[in-house]
Design a protein around this ligand. Sequence first.
Ligand SMILES: [Zn+2]
Length: 155
Amino acid sequence: MNSAHKFAVDKMLGRLAKWLRLLGYDTFYKNKIKPVTLLSIAQSENRIIVTKNRYFLKHPFPVPILFLNTDTLEKQLLEIDDKYPLQKNKAFSRCPLCNNATTPVEKENIKKLVPEYVFRTHECFHQCIHCGKIYWRGTHPQRALAFLEKIGLKM
Ligand SMILES: [Zn+2]
């Protein structure tokens, strides 16, 4: 049940947070947050803290802390995968912007909301239930898949 892991990603790791969400993981992220606040959110929501802040090395904390030793997105994803093997079967089921679930939408309903070319060339659309952002199996997911393959996270 690895996909059940929930993460709380520290403020300096915004890109990583988006990627965890792309993979379908429930990931808390705010770009302005104090360590103590992150800690209390992780504790009350049962999340694993992912951080590069040495503050989290200094004390024993009541939540799991994954301190990252690497600096690139690729290596950081592999570090997480090493400790908490990442499942890819939920990929693209979560909005990378706001962390809420996406749901399939009728193509006709979103006609005015996507570029005409995209509307003509795609059949399957998903929409975030919270922020309304629309996703399709277009350029972004393909780039994402290629990236995941490149770093050895097989789909
Ligand atoms: Zn959203």
